[in-house]
Design a protein around this ligand. Sequence first.
Ligand code: ZN
Length: 353
Amino acid sequence: MLAHLEKAPQIPSWKVLNGLVDKIVPKLARALQRAINDWKETLSLEELETQVRERRFNEIRNIVPLEDLDREKLEAIYEEIIAQSIDAVNPLKGRLKKADPVIPTVAANAFSFTTKNPTVQRYLLNQTATLVTGISAESQVVIQEALNDAIRMGLSPAQTALRIKASIGLAPNQVDALMNFQMKLQSGQLSALTDVQRSSIASNLGRRSFNIESVRNLEQPQIDRLVTGYAEQQLATRSKTIALNEMQGAVNFGQRALWNAAADEGVIDGTTSMKEWIVVDDDKLCKICAPLAGARVLLEETFEIAGLGSVEGPPAHVNCRCSSGLIFEEQLDGRRRGGLNLEGPLGGLRRGR
Ligand SMILES: [Zn+2]
């Protein structure tokens, strides 16, 4: 029934996917940063300060319940960007159109990956919910930590309020760095400032390079401004990390959705076609992904990762650079592993006869 194997023009899929991801990440990162900042702006420093002074710690811990997040707004931004990332997979389909005349007729319906596609819709809802829950839960941890530090160090209510507000949206290790930064400025241990901290100060003071004299004998409002500026830069870094991870997930999801649709439409044989885990085999290859190199499962099956459970495909973890490829039955004969490797979305999709 399957006549021959057609080889589409090949570009390693991880390069294509990483290229798409790199293009769209800054947009999502900015959107996330804006969403978190909008949400932070609703927090009044004066009100926080009063809560600290009156030791209303329970109220403070609960300033970021999930329902306080402008979830709808975040979802809208997120959804728009995911839709664009799925759209960005379309040029790959265009390449396939040239390679296989079956594709154009199917592309019009089953391969429409807009937000109206139920599979895409489910993914979006699930992803944004997980993202919002994650940020919200982490913020509660971070607020508690900031509160503990402030009490331990005997910070004033105003300083505590500032620290709490600056910490929101950051990862716990970033909050530690923020505290470290503030302590150095506060206690005048300027020679202990790290390079990252020095360049943050320079940019927040509008200077080209760091000058230690510029931070000697600072007044409290100046220190507060530098701390807030440093937190803002950390939030930018954090947003970029989250966006990168989210987009890696989105493009890999798009690729698999495309294959599953191809199987449902009978363009490929879903009972025999397999997906193969493709790693970027360089010195950054991690312990989680190394054992997965070349692993193959049927399209509807999941990959089992030791200690992590089952996943439909990459990414396996934060900053995972893996992708997956589509493998056909005849490519499996006698060489189930390490055999012919057709990478890329619908790479080498062949024609049913
Ligand atoms: Zn990986």
